[in-house]
Design a binder for this molecule. Structure first.
Ligand code: ADP
Ligand code: MG
Length: 346
């Protein structure tokens, strides 16, 4: 799938399998997943008519349950963030069934006070804080003039809410407007981040808001997409004394649980809701397939999520889909559909 930047599509699909939880270990849960990192292959063992069969899937990278946050970041995400600092737009998605580690991968494990006050990343810090750290480290090293801005929004039922809004704006649904082919979310809060540590306050603010909205509306975050966006404006002076201005944008997307894609037989409100989420996830799959196949028509307009991400998918951008799975036999069927979906994106 690797391709050069000369207008070629660059979509990377990686697979991460979470470890068994303490509870699953205690219960002696049966595991059905084998990861082979070197062969970049994951195998699901299935018992068919008393016979043990294995179905294997190949990805650009595979991370087994022992692979920590730092390793995944270094091997899969770091090169993408370097592109952003060269002035390109990139998108990273976490895709998978609820409970397989999408939020863990993007945001990280539980944070403690020591961590939010320390310049050092904790072992469990996820892609978002690591990306912010890398961005500030490189910018400070390069002695550039820069501004880093972050926004954080949620898409639920094809409606957009600002996860960083305060005061009267808290419950407002935001409109997406098209401006010269670019999509702008009207009134979306963009917060200037001054240093590495600011990121934790933003993540906490967003997560708290997500939780409140969940309780109030009696919904689950597993059915919404959250989109964290980092925009970096840089001004440098080249060796020839010329001023160079670059802007790079990074979208970090924690997608709705993929189980909604397959669930059938839902009724009424649930059906509508599931249908809409279906639409965003299915459209995303189609958009990625169209980009990979260099199809003349890319159906960006078919869902809010793909409209929003349009300037960071395709063209001179890099996209990474992190498909997350659980190793347990209970999740086997959902795991197979995640692997099928993610594999289609390749
Ligand atoms: P999702 O966002 O996909 O619903 P979560 O990120 O909430 O899933 O993960 C479910 C649980 O599994 C959480 O308790 C999380 O801390 C844990 N977990 C997920 N992935 C990992 C991992 N790679 N290593 C350790 N714990 C993990
Ligand atoms: Mg989650």
């Amino acid at each position: 799938m690797a391709s050069s930047r000369n207008g070629a599509v660059n979509v990377q699909v990686i697979l991460r399998c979470r470890p068994l939880s303490k509870e699953e270990v205690v219960n002696g849960t049966h595991q059905v997943i084998t990861c082979n990192e070197r062969a970049r292959e994951v195998t699901v063992s299935q018992n068919v008519g008393g016979k043990q069969l294995g179905r294997s899937f190949h990805f650009d990278k595979v991370f087994d349950p022992d692979s920590g946050q730092a390793k995944l970041y270094r091997m899969a995400i770091k090169p993408i963030v370097e592109e952003v600092l060269e002035g390109f737009n990139c998108t990273i998605f976490a895709y998978g069934q609820t409970g397989t580690g999408k939020t863990y991968t993007m945001e990280g494990g539980p944070r403690n006070n020591g961590e939010v006050n320390s310049e050092e990343l904790s072992e469990e810090a996820g892609v978002i804080p690591r990306a912010i750290h890398q961005i500030f480290s490189i910018l400070d090293e390069n002695d550039a003039e820069y501004t880093v801005k972050c926004s954080f929004l949620e898409l639920y039922n094809e409606e957009t809410t600002d996860l960083l809004a305060v005061g009267d704006a808290v419950d407002q649904k935001l409109k997406m407007l098209e401006d010269n082919g670019r999509v702008v979310v009207q009134g979306l809060e963009e917060i200037i981040v001054k240093n590495k540590l600011d990121i934790y306050a933003l993540l906490d603010r967003g997560s708290a808001k997500r939780r409140t909205a969940e309780t109030l509306l009696n919904k689950q975050s597993s059915r919404s997409h959250s989109v964290f966006c980092v925009t970096v404006h840089m001004r440098e002076v080249s060796a020839e004394g010329e001023e160079v201005i670059k802007t790079g944008k990074l979208y970090l997307v924690d997608l709705a649980g993929s189980e909604n894609v397959n669930r059938s037989g839902a009724v009424d409100a649930r059906a509508k809701e599931a249908g809409l989420i279906n639409k965003s996830l299915l459209t995303l799959g189609r958009v990625i397939t169209a980009l990979v196949e260099k199809s003349p028509h890319v159906p960006y307009r078919d869902s809010k999520l793909t409209r929003l991400l349009r300037d960071s998918l395709g063209g001179r951008t890099k996209t990474c889909v992190i498909a997350t799975i659980a190793p347990t036999v209970q999740c086997q069927e959902e795991t197979l559909s995640t692997l099928d979906y993610a594999h289609r994106a390749k």
